[in-house]
Ligand binder design. Structure first.
Ligand SMILES: NC(=O)c1ccc[n+]([C@@H]2O[C@H](COP(=O)([O-])OP(=O)(O)OC[C@H]3O[C@@H](n4cnc5c(N)ncnc54)[C@H](OP(=O)(O)O)[C@@H]3O)[C@@H](O)[C@H]2O)c1
Length: 329
C-alpha cells in the first residue's frame, strides 16, 4: 500500500474547516495522515476531541509566535490547508512563512469562496489576494481552491416558518432581477472536493474551481415554492441600490474592520454585485482567470444536487451553518 500523504489543516473547528476535515478523513484516493492545527486555547474543543478519536493528531500552533517554532510544527507535511476565518486572513502570512521554512510541499490558503476578479470588487477577496501574492513572493508551492456560494445560505424564509431552523441569521434578498446564474456547492462537499484536489499533482501551483450546480435566485425561489407549496416573499434589491452600496464600501476602503457589523452590511452589496449583477461566479469566467475545473479533473465527483439539499431542508434534516452567530446588530 502506498504511504499516506501527510496533511495539516488549520481551522478544523470552523464551518469550512469542519467540512474539509470530514472530507480528508473519508478520503480513500488518496489516504491521508491528518493533523489539525489549532490555537492552544482551542485544542480541547469537543469537535477536535471527536476528530482525535478518529485518528486525527491535534497540534497547538501560535501564528503570532516565533517563526522557528511554527516551522518546527509544520515540518514534514506534504500539504498544509488553511480554513482560517475571515477576520484572521492576514495571519496566513506567518503561516505561509512557516510552511516555506519547513519545506511544506503545498500550501492551500483560505479561499473556498466565489469566483471574483483578483482586486477591487470584494474586500474579502482583496485580502485573500494579498495572501496569495505573498505566497508567490516567497515561492511557496500552492493550490487555490474556490467553491462558489454555499447552498446553505441561499433559501428565503417560508411564511410557515418551517425552514427557519436551516436559514442563516440574516434575511434573504434577491440581487437585482435575480436572473444571473451563479455557481453553488453544498458545504458538506467542500471537503470531498478538497481531499481530491490537494492529493493531485496536476493541481500544484494551480487555481481550481470546484462547484456543483448553477442556479439563478429566481430559479431557487421558484423551486422552494414548488416543493413546499408555499408562496415566498420576493425582496428584490434594485441594481441602483446595489451600486450605491458598492460605492459606499469603496469610499470606506481601508477603514472597515473585517468581521464587524459595518463590514457585513457593506460586504453584502459587494457580493450581490459580483455574483448577482456582474455574474463573476461562473465557470466560464473562472476558466478565463486561469482556473481548472474540478468537473473536468474528476468527472466521477458529482456533489449533492441542489434539489436534494432543498428536500433535506424541508424534511428538517439540513446541516445548519453559523448557529448562534450574529452578523448584524
Ligand atoms: N462560499 C461561501 O458561500 C462562503 C460562505 C462563508 C465563508 N466562506 C469562506 O470560508 C472561509 C472560512 O470561513 P468560515 O466562516 O468557514 O470560518 P469560521 O467558521 O469562522 O472558522 C474559522 C476557523 O479558523 C480558526 N482560527 C482563527 N484564527 C486562528 C488562529 N490564529 N490560529 C488557529 N486557528 C485559527 C478558528 O479556530 P478556533 O476554534 O480557535 O476559533 C476556526 O476553526 C473564508 O475564506 C470565507 O470567505 C465562504
Amino acid at each position: 500500500m502506498p504511504s499516506k500523504l501527510k496533511v495539516a489543516l488549520l481551522g478544523a473547528t470552523g464551518e469550512t474547516g469542519s467540512s474539509i476535515i470530514r472530507g480528508l478523513i473519508a478520503s480513500t484516493q488518496p489516504h491521508y495522515e491528518i493533523t489539525a492545527l489549532a490555537r492552544s486555547a482551542s485544542v480541547n474543543k469537543p469537535a477536535l476531541l471527536e476528530y482525535k478519536k478518529k485518528g486525527v493528531n491535534i497540534v497547538a500552533v501560535d501564528l503570532s509566535g516565533p517563526e522557528a517554532e511554527l516551522a518546527a510544527a509544520l515540518k514534514g507535511f506534504d500539504v498544509v490547508i488553511s480554513a482560517i476565518g475571515p477576520s484572521e486572513l492576514m495571519q496566513q502570512v506567518q503561516l505561509a512563512n512557516g510552511c516555506k521554512a519547513a519545506g511544506v510541499g503545498r500550501f492551500v490558503p483560505c479561499c473556498f469562496a466565489t469566483i471574483v476578479p483578483p482586486k477591487g470588487i470584494l474586500i474579502l477577496r482583496d485580502i485573500k489576494e494579498d495572501v496569495i501574492n505573498h505566497i508567490k513572493k516567497i515561492y511557496l508551492p500552492y493550490t487555490i481552491i474556490d467553491v462558489g456560494w454555499w447552498y446553505n445560505t441561499t433559501l428565503p424564509r417560508l411564511p410557515s416558518g418551517k425552514i427557519d431552523y436551516a436559514l442563516p441569521p440574516y434575511e434573504q434578498s434577491i440581487a437585482g432581477e435575480g436572473t444571473t446564474p451563479y455557481a453553488l456547492t453544498d458545504i458538506s462537499d467542500i471537503g470531498v472536493y478538497t481531499a481530491r484536489i490537494v492529493g493531485d499533482p496536476r493541481t500544484l501551483n494551480k487555481y481550481v474551481f470546484a462547484y456543483t450546480e448553477m442556479r439563478t435566485q429566481l430559479e431557487i425561489y421558484d423551486l422552494i415554492e414548488k416543493l413546499s407549496g408555499e408562496k415566498v416573499m420576493r425582496n428584490h434589491v434594485p441594481r441602483e441600490d446595489i451600486a450605491a452600496g458598492v460605492a459606499k464600501a469603496e469610499a470606506k476602503e481601508g477603514q472597515i474592520v473585517v468581521g464587524t457589523p459595518e463590514f457585513y452590511q457593506l460586504a453584502i452589496f459587494q457580493y450581490w454585485n459580483t455574483w448577482g449583477i456582474r455574474g463573476d461566479n461562473q465557470p466560464e469566467y473562472a476558466k478565463y482567470l486561469g482556473y481548472l475545473l474540478a468537473k473536468d479533473l474528476y468527472p466521477d465527483l458529482q456533489g449533492k444536487p441542489y434539489l436534494q439539499y432543498c428536500q433535506e431542508v424541508l424534511d428538517g434534516k439540513a446541516h445548519v451553518v453559523y448557529k448562534g452567530v450574529t452578523f448584524f446588530e
